[in-house]
Ligand binder design. Structure first.
Ligand SMILES: [Zn+2]
Length: 320
């Protein structure tokens, strides 16, 4: 076996897993309450942006070859119905329009209510619990407002049953046949989301999300979730989180042919970033991290490292 590993040129030539800049998706937080960008304390190097600094951030990302962003909004107003989420003047709607008008980017936008409700839950509360069907009505309104702003891909993350179908139908009947849906098909209830909840100010005020996110102790449930989403019209399917779930990524790849995104979440970023910054792991770890997803079968990788990886901070063989 060693003959094929003896030289760097041979190793590079035989590496069959490729990583490309345009396979990366950078999450971007836009915050209506800010006047300038603000670093998220729990996620070093990741910021919330006001509209002006957001434009500069897009200049920077696109100059480095990033082709995909995934938008999250933090509104100035929260209430029990999450009404700021579907305003045509909302922060995400504005950010979508700016990105589409001025940059050559695939603009993806997260669709959920947890940033917009005063409860921090992903849906409307009825009788003390998240009510699936009344929540879907709001998701429809959000989807149409995003489509009107010009979004390329809508990414509903709330894990309400039927959300993909309802959004697809609303888009089609309003003439937005070309707007794509990236379904958070396989989304486990995970502690690895914790840093994100500070980033997006979306922590549930009480309780957790285990009644609608998946139980990681079940190994086959993902098949039903993906079949449902594909039948409802998903264009891209997703597995989230990434690192602890690469077995699932591989299994999805073998069973389904839809484009597959993996969301390497905030907790993964924090673990690796902190270990590198404090010298416990070398920067080379990032390369190994990056390849693991594409070797497992991802087509797209949503990662908070997308900016860092393409900004010349690391000398990655992948991007040389
Ligand atoms: Zn949510």
């Amino acid at each position: 076996m060693r003959r094929s590993r003896a030289s760097i040129t041979m190793r590079d030539s035989l590496a069959d897993v490729k990583v490309r800049r345009d396979s990366l998706v950078m999450p971007v937080f836009v915050d209506e309450n800010l006047r300038e960008k603000k670093e998220i304390q729990e996620m070093r190097g990741i910021y919330r942006y006001d509209i002006n600094s957001y434009r500069k951030h897009l200049d920077h990302l696109t100059a480095n070859g990033i082709r995909n962003i995934l938008l999250f909004g933090i509104p100035s107003h929260k209430d029990s119905t999450g009404s700021a989420s579907y305003s045509s003047e909302g922060i995400v709607q504005k950010a979508i329009a700016i990105a589409r008008e001025n940059y050559s980017l695939n603009v993806m936008a997260d669709l959920c209510l947890c940033e917009y409700t005063d409860t921090g839950q992903c849906g409307l509360i009825r009788n003390g619990a998240v009510d699936n069907d009344s929540t879907l009505k709001v998701y429809e309104k959000i989807a149409l407002s995003y489509a009107q702003a010009g979004v390329n891909v809508i990414a509903p993350s709330g894990m309400m049953d039927g959300q993909v179908g309802v959004i697809r139908n609303a888009l089609d009947t309003s003439g937005f046949n070309n707007t794509m849906i990236m379904a958070y098909s396989v989304k486990y209830a995970s502690t690895l989301y914790n840093p994100f909840r500070y980033a997006a100010d979306s922590a549930p005020r009480e309780g957790d999300r285990k009644s609608y996110q998946m139980d990681y102790r079940r190994s086959q449930e993902w098949i039903d979730e993906i079949e449902l989403d594909i039948n409802e019209g998903a264009d891209i399917i997703m597995v989230k989180p990434g690192l602890f779930y690469l077995d699932i990524v591989r299994s999805v790849r073998e069973r389904f042919h839809k484009p597959l995104a993996v969301y390497s979440v905030s907790g993964e970023y924090v673990m690796i970033r902190n270990a590198i910054d404090s010298g416990f792991l070398p920067q080379e770890t990032l390369e190994e991290y990056l390849y693991s997803f594409f070797r497992a079968g991802a087509d797209l990788l949503i990662t908070y490292f997308a900016d860092y990886l393409t900004s010349g901070n690391v000398s990655l063989a992948a991007f040389r």
